[in-house]
Design a protein around this ligand. Sequence first.
Ligand code: PEP
Ligand code: MN
Length: 338
Amino acid sequence: MIVVMNIDSTAKQIEAVNKQLDKLGFKTHIIRGVNRIVIGAVGDRQAVDSSLEQMPGVERVVPIMKPFKLVSRELQEENSIIDVRGISIGGDSIVIISGPCAVESREQLLAAARFVKKAGAHILRGGAYKPRTSPYSFQGLEEKGLQLLKEVSLETGLPTITEVIDEYSLERALNYVDILQIGARNMQNFRLLKKAGQTGKPILLKRGMSATIEEWLMAAEYIMCEGNDKIILCERGIRTFETYTRNTLDLSAVPLVKRLSHLPVIVDPSHATGDRQLVLPMSQAAIAAGADGLILEMHPEPGKALCDGAQSLDPGELVRLMEQLHKMMPAVGRYMAQ
Ligand code: PEP
Ligand code: MN
């Protein structure tokens, strides 16, 4: 439920209500918006009687009908903005994350990072622990890959993101990168979600390939329940009967999730399509649909990529994509982050 406080309620009154909720066994979360202050309270509603509504400073008590509470727009009207080393994700500006599917070597990652930076993208991606369909495929450089991400970040100034696939890789990655990615295959790894929630680090949560929007938002709720509200959602395509594309990009999920939740939503047109020629049109469509950013695979030499070469842009394609986005963004009231 949500306890809406009067806009002029005092810190003391808010504290008293918060204490009372705590006593009744609720997990609370105070949100100070521009127009209102609310206390999100998750717990057994039966424990509450009308005395709560009569406490000084309380305007009203409203139940949240959706199964997801903390991530819901009902709780927080304003968009959440996640700060990653000075880059805001979830505001009016669009943030572009790009880089190779997997970290392969120092030379490859540094070259990729330089192209990413030159093209005007903001954050470097690179997988060190790769969740591959085949056990015979390249599994990633693991901790060596994390070290390279850190080195290249220091050299280029780009913040970094990498995927974590279990509690071990999560603990390792904490010391090396700025954002932890939980991939499609682990979207419902609930222990991993809880661990991610305990880190306080920004988390990019991809939609599972067969997950409904509600399951995806419930996964985000797991992270937020542990006290971490720095969550970025990522639509990366879902499984359908279509075989010409790797997945089917569910673009309607973008405005829908933005209506249901205050969290930023970005799109991954690379894994959604599996085809570099589809990355530009789907990127444009994603921004038009209201996405707050994109995560794009690029490789200095896609033909030589150890992983996902067919969907990776080459450096020139990334530059052209950025130029095209610059042109179309003003038409939908957005602009490229600096
Ligand atoms: C990735 O980003 O490299 C990846 C494996 O993505 P997904 O979890 O969306 O398949
Ligand atoms: Mn990939």
